[in-house]
Each structure stands twice: as structure tokens, then as C-alpha cells.
Design a protein around this ligand. Sequence first.
Ligand SMILES: Cc1ncc(C[n+]2csc(CCOP(=O)(O)OP(=O)(O)O)c2C)c(N)n1
Ligand SMILES: CC(=O)[C@@H](O)[C@H](O)COP(=O)(O)O
Ligand SMILES: [Mg+2]
Length: 645
Amino acid sequence: MPHRTLSDSGVASHRRPLLDSIDSPRDLRALSESQLPEVASELRNFLIECVSQTGGHLAAGLGVVELTLGLHYVFDTPADRIVWDVGHQAYPHKILTGRRDRMCTLRQKDGVSGFPKRSESEYDTFGVGHSSTSISAALGMALAAKQKGERRTVIAVIGDGALSAGMAFEALNHAGSMDIDLVVILNDNEMSISPPVGAISNHLARLLSGKVYTSMREGSKSALAGMPHLRHLVGRWEEHMKGMLMPSTLFEELGFNYIGPIDGHDMGSVVRTLRNIKDMPGQRLLHIVTKKGRGYEPAEGQPTTYHGVTPFDQRTGELRKGKSKGPSYTQIFGGWLCDAAAEDARLVGITPAMCEGSGLTAFSKRFPDRFFDVGIAEQHAVTLAAGLACEGLKPVVAIYSSFLQRAYDQLIHDVALQNLDVTFAVDRGGLVGADGATHAGSFDLSFTRPIPNMIIMAPADENECRQMLKTGFEHEGPAMVRYPRGSGPGVAIDPKAPALPIGRGEVVRRGQRLAVLAFGSMVAPALEAAESVDATVANMRFVKPLDTDLILELADSHEILFTVEENAIAGGAGSAVAETLSSHGRVVRCIHLGLPDRYIDHADHREQLAACGLDASGILASLRAELESAGWTQQDDGEPARRHA
Ligand SMILES: Cc1ncc(C[n+]2csc(CCOP(=O)(O)OP(=O)(O)O)c2C)c(N)n1
Ligand SMILES: CC(=O)[C@@H](O)[C@H](O)COP(=O)(O)O
Ligand SMILES: [Mg+2]
């Protein structure tokens, strides 16, 4: 049993003599194998302590404690490469690879990233955050090693949820036909964020129940050798051999040597199996069975809730909720979706594995036959919607902005080019805080704007979000509403509020000389900034079609225009305004505020906005700088006045 002490806060904290001696995997490898279970216990407790204070991804990391220890114990990392899929389960890996003392800075400004990051450590072989890239990247590394004549093992660790994506199968398909040494570890916890879906998941379940024949090639037999608890599997194999009626595993059909399933929490089995497969040649896939949230009762019981958490009370597991300003945009969307579905039987809702995060839980319960969780398969989600629309249904695709990047061709080729009636509820548009650059919705306005037929809206507040969803849904063609993570300024919802006239913005503050053309989440800080310098502010509402009349009117009645958006400046809404001005022959100074041409690291969302000059004081500083350089000074009453020569 681990020793327990009480910290200042009264929270039980565990002594960790072994873990504290591990500053790198070399230290771990100096321990005896019999000490590993104790290290696992210390590591698990430390992980819970850390995440209870910082928040972050918890349940997945708890499930791979033994696997992580086994990998760093058996393989010669960092010379051997471990490629984590998604990377949300990599906190134990970070703790063992020299970042233990910095884990209290997890996902905070200048702190440890929540995902593997090449610039952070030589042990982070591949930057991740988005799912299902590990096998492709690992295959690339293995091929590079072969080309360069270097001997190393490359190991991809992929979850059963991540395995549902096309990319994973593209990589298996390629790898399976190559003359290459590659290890794929399938971490099967029978969970994605929510319960996994689909036929692959059913296949894995059949593998676990022993209903699929494993061919037990020589390699697999030797990998499992010396494991008495796995004898029953061999017995089953013999039974299957007699009948020869059972299908073999999908992985064997794809050219992999399938090994497993083994218990991923049995430290001894994990180490022995990894040792055995270490020197096997060719492509091998080790199937390990783990429990998401393992070792922490609240997380084992509610793996979806504890997938990603706010700070929590370690003793009770109770999550500490921040002060809520009101419903989040996600909740506004979820409420609208249910109301719209009740009114229109043609509405169907689609999510690529983000039911809870996208606000679809209530809809999935109320309208189970009209709800499609397609797994981590963004491309499929979008083309599925196109097919449904072809037959007269009205699909709503709920998708995070950064994950929509995966489905760009499907958006263009399958939906927009055919002008199909699909509504996109694009959540997490803009910076997202602690998840950092991988998850930031920095580009959606830039990459959707050039697509003909698209209608693109960005709400300034909650009620407008609902109105825009209604507008997009009623429009018979592709439309998207992009809204940020979290809550808005707190405007009450009017469920009866009408749809908006397409392509019309509105002036929300009349000032003089300076006009700020604000998009979506930037309307509120722009208004705040404008008060101090008496600037005009327009809520542009539509990125496409733009309100050309309004832009020209503002250009003609002001001396300097500003555009402001929570999207990359490059190619974004401000660029669209500039194109409109120049195509109408307006020569007016126009300053573009938005995300700069670099990636914004993890930090609190407010810190991120401030770093980009997109909070009220940053916007005000930009307005003032222009006033200054134009030779305008500010009078005491806040009105700008021409400086006397
Ligand atoms: C392309 C993409 N889509 C969706 C997500 C969101 N996401 C992160 S983890 C996860 C579930 C992954 O399940 P699995 O691979 O089984 O890992 P587990 O959490 O069970 O360990 C999802 C859907 C993502 N990171 N990337
Ligand atoms: C790892 C991953 O991709 C998700 O868990 C993501 O971190 C969720 O983000 P939200 O917290 O914004 O739903
Ligand atoms: Mg899983």
C-alpha cells in the first residue's frame, strides 16, 4: 500500500519515493521489474493529484499507466520512438520523461502542453492533438529509419476510438503491404469520449470475447509464451482451428501479426509481452485491454465526464465549476437543435464522436433515430450529410472548427459544389484556451470563405446564435454558424426570434471618424473599446455574403476602418472586407485585427486574446495608435480632435 500524507490543503497526497527518483526513462530502467507495480501506483496517484489541481485529460492517462511504464522500461526511448495517438493520454509519459516537476503548470501559459509536442521534449516524437495520425507518422519514421540504415523500434499507440478514423486504416493498409518493422499497440478500453460506435468497435468486442479466430502464427505464439493466464486463449484458438469457421482478425487480413488480447493493467504481462514482441520482425499489432479511468473510482465510473475535467476535489471527485456567465454557445446550439427537430421531422443531427462536447446529448436522447454519431470520422460525417440532403432530409453537422479541417474536400466537393442543404454548427471557432494550437479554430473563416454557395455567419451573442442557426437551417443550401468555446455576453434567448435577413449587418454604435467592423465574438470587446474613442461599431453578422452596402456606407462616412475577428487575419473576414473595398474603388485606410500568422500556445482564453490584442484593451490600443499616427488627439470628453499644427 502506498504511504499517505496530508498536504496543507488537507488533501491526501501520496509519498512517491520511486517516482521521485525517475527523472528520465533511464532511471526507470535501472529499477527491478518487481518494483514496477509500486511505480505504477505512485504514478497513478501523482497523475490524479496533478490533474485535480490543473484540470485536463484524466481518464485516458489513468488507463495507460502500466503500458507507459512498460514501453519506457522495455524499449530504448528516445532512440526507439513512441508515437501517441491524440496525445491526451500522454501525461504519464510526460511525468516519466523529465517533466514531473512541471506538471503543476499543465496547459497553463508557458507551462507543459496537454499534448506531446516536439519542441517540448525529445521523447515527444510527434506533435498531436487531433486523432488517428499515429500509425501514419510511425510508419513514416520506420521507413526513414530503414532508408537511413538505423535500427530502432517505432511504436504507434492508438485507442479503439481513434481506430475508427479513415486515416488509421489508410495507414494500416499501407503498412500491411510493406517490408517494414512496425509495432502498433491498440489500447482498447471500449470507450471513445462516449461509448464507441461502429462495426470496428463490434469487431474488437468480438475479439475480446474470443469469438474471432486468431491464427496464432509462430510470432504470436512466442509473444504470448510463458503466460499461463493466456492459455485459455490458446485453447480457444485450437477450438477454432478445428472448425475453421470463424473469421480471422481484421488486422491479420491487413498483414499484421496480431498478438493479444492481453490485460493492460497486469504489469508483468505487459512487460513480458513487450519484450517478446520487441525483436519480432515485421508488422505486429498488440491488442491490450485497459479500463479508462483505472484506479480512480469517479473516473472509472464516469469515464465520459472524466475524459477531460476542470480542477476537482481529489477526495470526492467533485468537479470545480468556474463561475458560469450563463449558457454556453454549445448549450444554445443544443437547445435550438431540439426545438428545431421537434418542428421539422426532416432534421437529422450528426456528430463525429463529439456528442457531449458539441451539445448533442439531449437531442440524442429525444431523437435517437435522427441522431448519428459516426465515430472519429469527420470526412465521412460531412459526406454522409450530403447523401442525406440528396434525399430531402435536412442534416445538421455539429463539428469543432479545428476538426472540420479534416473534411475540407468533403465540404467543397460533396456539399457546396452540389449546393446541398446542410447546416454546419461549427463550435470552438476561435482560440480555445488550454488545448492550445492543435484545437484552436483559427482558420475556418479563411478556409470556408472562398467556397461558392456557402453562407457563413458569426454571432455576436447567444440570441443571435440561435437566430443564425434558424437562418442557416431555413436556407436551402450549405450554411454555417461558427461560434466560440464557452459563453457569450449573456444576452437572453428569445425562442421566437426570427431568422435574420441574409447578408445584412447592423450598426450597433454610431461614432465618428473610426469605424470598427466586428465579427462574432469580437463585437462585445469592440463595443467596449469604441466607447473610449467614440468609434462606430458594426456587427457584421455575415462573413459571406458580406453586407456590401454597409461596408461602403461606413467607408464613405469614416476616415479609418478596422476589421476585427477571432480568426486568422490571413484570408479571414477582414480580407473579405478589403476585397469589397478595393473592388468598389474605395481607397480608405483599413486595419485588420485578428489572429497573427503564428500558432497561439495553450493558455487561458483571456490571456490568449490579450496576447493577440483582441481583448477590449488591445482593440482600444490599436484604435488609439491609429488616432495618434493620423494626427488625432483625444479631448477630455473622449471625442477625437484634430491636433493643431
Ligand atoms: C480528428 C479528431 N476528432 C475528434 C477528436 C476528439 N477526441 C479526442 S480523444 C477522443 C476519443 C478517443 O478515443 P480513444 O482513441 O479510444 O482514446 P481513449 O480516450 O479511449 O483513451 C476524441 C473523439 C480529436 N482529438 N481529433
Ligand atoms: C483530446 C480532445 O480532442 C478532446 O478531449 C478535446 O480536448 C475536447 O475539447 P473541449 O474541452 O473543448 O470539448
Ligand atoms: Mg478508447
